[in-house]
Design a binder for this molecule. Structure first.
Ligand code: B12
Length: 590
């Protein structure tokens, strides 16, 4: 697409990290697709530039280097897996070679990324657009978003640069602290971007446009905007998002993307009181989308050859998904899908339990193949006082039991991912050792197909951050700034991870990570698969990887690809998933 000249009002760029972070990175970009549909309906021309495609990541690393990385990573991983001690000269040299080769790779990737960004900035300059919108994500993708913004400022100072997407929705005012972006949008961007484009049509310079934006935002006419005014950073009134007002995303170019569509079934969270969770900060009001519209969108995607879906809701209620499932069944629509699932209150009560089983039977019949369930902890006091979950351990385990029973009775597979936060604040209620034991017990009781163990993170806006002292967190004033650009690099020993100035109940960040890693290792030692999510299950099962062994193989191979930047395995996986998605869609044509 670079090389042609366009005439557009708005360019929307999906920022990416220099290396892949997950096999699901290339899912269809529903958020940007939705913005395009909406804004074009208001009479503006929008171009999406989405670099989250296999070929972009491939371009960033020389082939010979990625192959060398793979060789070294394979040696390193197989040694770690088999637990062999370091013997022989070659074995001793693997670790330093690995790190040198990784460092060289990073330097080259950075240089290549900068060249790509510079060329892209020239393209933006020549495009005739007045506004550049960047979808920003955490870590290295955010660093690259800043680099692009700086190039654009240099080459085309009259283009307004707007940051949007998950990052400003969480970090809000902090996004403008570095003075790179002109404006940021928190939460949904449809109306805000349209308003800005309308103002841009009647302004002659960027300064004039910025002044108008500030004035409209201060008057409350322009919502969801983070802006600078009188040397301070302000945020305008927040719009109440409504899942029923979402457009069906436009996907013009699906090359190098994974044909899995994320469908908005709801926005926000019905509970919204978990002390650690950002989801209700992104969408403060919980709205449920009319099941018929969800099914209409699914049918439209099927007509485009997409048969695999992921529900976007942070807390899709069982009653609501059941309505969607009923419609799917009634219309004999055949798809596979995954979602976040909630534990049900009083799930072990016999009547409630039977109802959950019946509901999940309907869901698996309608194509539900994987769920991701937030367990957080295996101790009721921690769940109540530290997490604010509003549930007890028994609710979590009985809900999972009911899911298993439903899947068994229907004879249809359902993968269950359980996520935990460890270590977490304890306020001396129990010791970390006791919490760890309770977490392991919960996993043993529920026997999930994968366990995700996350370290605690007091994100801006959540109670753990607002009342940090009470929860035992100590955060340096640099915390938010550091978090903005912090990149998880899972394969490095935790001792090599960059530090963040944060303490939890006497543990510094490195100790927190080590503690987290120790639970992962204990679970792996007991035979559990870790760090595989519901969307990974969708992909691996579509590609024919079966059972626990399939999940292990998927994790190992994708990890190797990510560590080495040699993405041949993931690219092949994507191809197979796409064939499967098309085949699944085609079933409906009969
Ligand atoms: C489904 C999902 C995915 C899907 C698809 C995401 C997508 N939209 O393309 C998959 C599985 C691919 C995915 C991947 C990742 N995800 Co995700 N994902 C979600 C989830 C559950 C729902 C997202 C969604 O569909 N929302 C609805 C759509 C409409 O919203 P949206 O895409 O954000 O777009 C709206 C606004 O953000 C805004 N907007 C978007 N772009 C722009 C740009 C501009 C200029 C403007 C003004 C506005 C704007 O307007 C859009 C329309 O209303 C959220 C949690 C949640 N429930 O919100 C996490 C979430 C967004 N993901 C998260 C993360 C971390 C990731 C990964 C980085 C994980 C990883 N692999 O390491 C990757 C990155 C993928 C990439 N392309 O680089 C984090 C974001 C944290 C952060 N600060 O970046 C979240 C919040 C989950 C969490 N940790 O709590 N994800």
């Amino acid at each position: 697409m670079l090389g042609e000249t366009l005439s557009v009002d708005l360019i929307l760029w999906n920022s990416i990290a220099k290396r892949r972070r997950s096999p699901s990175d290339t899912f269809l970009e529903n958020g940007l697709g939705m913005l395009k549909t909406y804004i074009e309906k208001q009479g503006f021309k929008v171009e999406i530039v989405d670099w989250a495609r296999s070929e972009y990541w491939k371009k960033l690393t020389p082939r010979s280097l990625s192959r060398l990385n793979r060789f070294l990573s394979e040696k390193l991983l197989s040694r770690q897996v088999s637990g062999l001690s370091i013997t022989g000269l070659l074995s001793k040299l693997i670790i330093p070679f690995f790190f040198i080769s990784q460092e060289i790779t990073l330097v080259i990737q950075k240089r290549r990324m900068n060249v790509m960004l510079q060329k892209f900035a020239e393209f933006i300059r020549d495009s005739g657009c007045q506004v550049l919108g960047i979808k920003t994500w955490y870590g290295d993708a955010y660093v690259n978003a800043i680099t692009l913004a700086n190039y654009v400022k240099m080459l085309a100072p009259e283009i307004l640069i707007v940051a949007g997407g998950p990052h400003p929705s969480i970090y809000r005012e902090a996004i403008l602290e570095n003075d790179v972006f002109d404006i940021a949008v928190t939460g949904e961007g449809e109306k805000a971007l349209t308003y800005i484009l309308a103002l841009a049509r009647h302004t002659l310079s960027k300064n004039e446009l910025k002044e108008k934006i500030v004035s409209e935002a201060s008057l409350g006419n322009l919502k969801n905007i983070v802006y600078r005014n009188d040397d301070s950073i302000k945020i305008s009134i927040l719009d109440e998002s409504d899942a029923n007002k979402k457009e069906i995303p436009t996907y013009d170019n699906v090359d190098g993307k994974t044909l899995i569509h994320v469908v908005v079934d709801s926005l926000g969270c019905q509970w919204g009181k978990c002390n650690f969770c950002v989801h209700s900060c992104i969408y403060p009001k919980h709205t449920i989308r009319n099941p018929q519209s969800v099914v209409d969108e699914i049918e439209e995607m099927i007509s485009k050859g997409i048969g695999i879906f992921r529900f976007a809701g942070s807390s899709s209620s069982l009653a609501h998904v059941q309505e969607i499932a009923r419609l799917l069944e009634k219309k004999e629509i055949s798809i596979t899908y995954s979602m976040f699932a909630l534990s049900e209150s009083r799930a072990s009560d016999q009547a409630i339990y039977s109802r959950i089983v019946e509901s999940y039977k309907l869901l698996v019949r309608s194509g539900l193949r994987a769920v991701f369930i937030g367990g957080e902890a295996g101790d009721d006091r921690i769940l109540h006082h530290m997490m604010g979950k509003g549930l007890i351990v028994d609710d979590i385990s009985a809900t999972i039991r009911a899911m298993r029973e439903a899947s068994f009775e229907e004879g249809l597979p359902l993968d269950i991912g359980l996520s935990l936060i460890y270590p977490s604040p304890t306020m001396g209620i129990i010791s970390l050792e006791e919490l760890k034991t309770a977490n392991i017990k919960l996993v043993e009781q529920t026997n999930p197909d994968s366990v995700l163990v996350n370290p605690p993170a007091p994100f801006p806006g959540v109670l753990w951050n607002k009342e940090r002292k009470q929860f035992g967190f100590e955060l340096d004033e640099s915390f938010t700034r550091e978090m903005l650009e912090y990149d998880y690099v899972l394969y490095k020993p935790t001792s090599l991870w960059p530090d963040i100035k944060m303490n939890l109940e006497g543990m510094n960040f490195k100790q927190i990570l080590e503690e987290c890693q120790s639970l992962r290792k204990s679970l792996e030692g007991r035979g559990y698969v870790t760090e595989v999510t519901d969307e990974h299950f969708l992909m691996m099962r579509a590609a024919g990887y079966k059972g626990k062994e399939g999940a292990r193989k998927f994790k190992k191979e994708s990890l190797l690809d990510i560590i080495s930047s040699d993405y041949r395995w993931i690219t092949q996986l994507e191809k197979t998933v796409n064939q499967e998605s098309r085949a699944q869609a085609l079933i409906n044509a009969r």
